[in-house]
Design a protein around this ligand. Sequence first.
Ligand code: CIR
Length: 252
Amino acid sequence: MPHALVRGVPESFDRAQTREDVRPPHVTLARMQHEVYCRALTEAGYTLERVAIDETTPDCVFVEDTAVIVGSRGVITRPGSPIRRREVGPVADALGRHFELGLIEEPGTLDGGDVMILGDTVYVGVSERTNASGAEQLGAFAADHGLGLVTVPVSGVLHLKSAVLPIDEDTVVITPGTVDESIFAGHRVLHEDADERHRFSAVALESGQILVTDNAPQTAAAVAALGHEVTPLDVSEIQVADGGLTCMSILF
Ligand code: CIR
């Protein structure tokens, strides 16, 4: 049975970090949206593992950034935002029950939102949060598992997965102008609809179902046209805090 590691929305979520000067997210609504997301994972067959909320880390719901599963190893990250580094301990404890752990060490920084595995390649964004050392350290773990590493400079967005979203083994959705698209020339590339810029997010589940953000219907329709079953979810308050659908879980 597939597992989904999740962490709830703290009361302090209205102090989550944001790239732009936007309104704070609404905590109660964010909690409801997070529960709908968790229910969708359960209904798709995932066993949920809930890590306890830490009120001192307003961004702890974004559990994806704290660890990356590479083959049989759980790689615990060193988040690029110093105040998020306290989030990793409880996630490491939970993943340590399933995986041999590895660590990204200083001077490396790495956020899981910058990591995308497609086939036998690990793509890692070099971004506001992930540096070259972090990418290189992840590359060594990838090589241990026979996976290659491709670094992707990311601009104008927080993470690689704010720019490029994996849909299936062949397909990615790219937000134009955020990455060098030639890096993904071997894949089918869909573009985020211009009217939905920075709104589309998606997470592909083991069941074949793809959860998508409900405020990017044209882009979602292009994904559905490939034959995928898409399920729209409202995650407005998660998006206010620069999150999307991949960031709220670690799937394994
Ligand atoms: C942050 O700035 O770190 C959070 N407010 C958002 C993190 C989103 N993470 C992700 O999409 N993987």
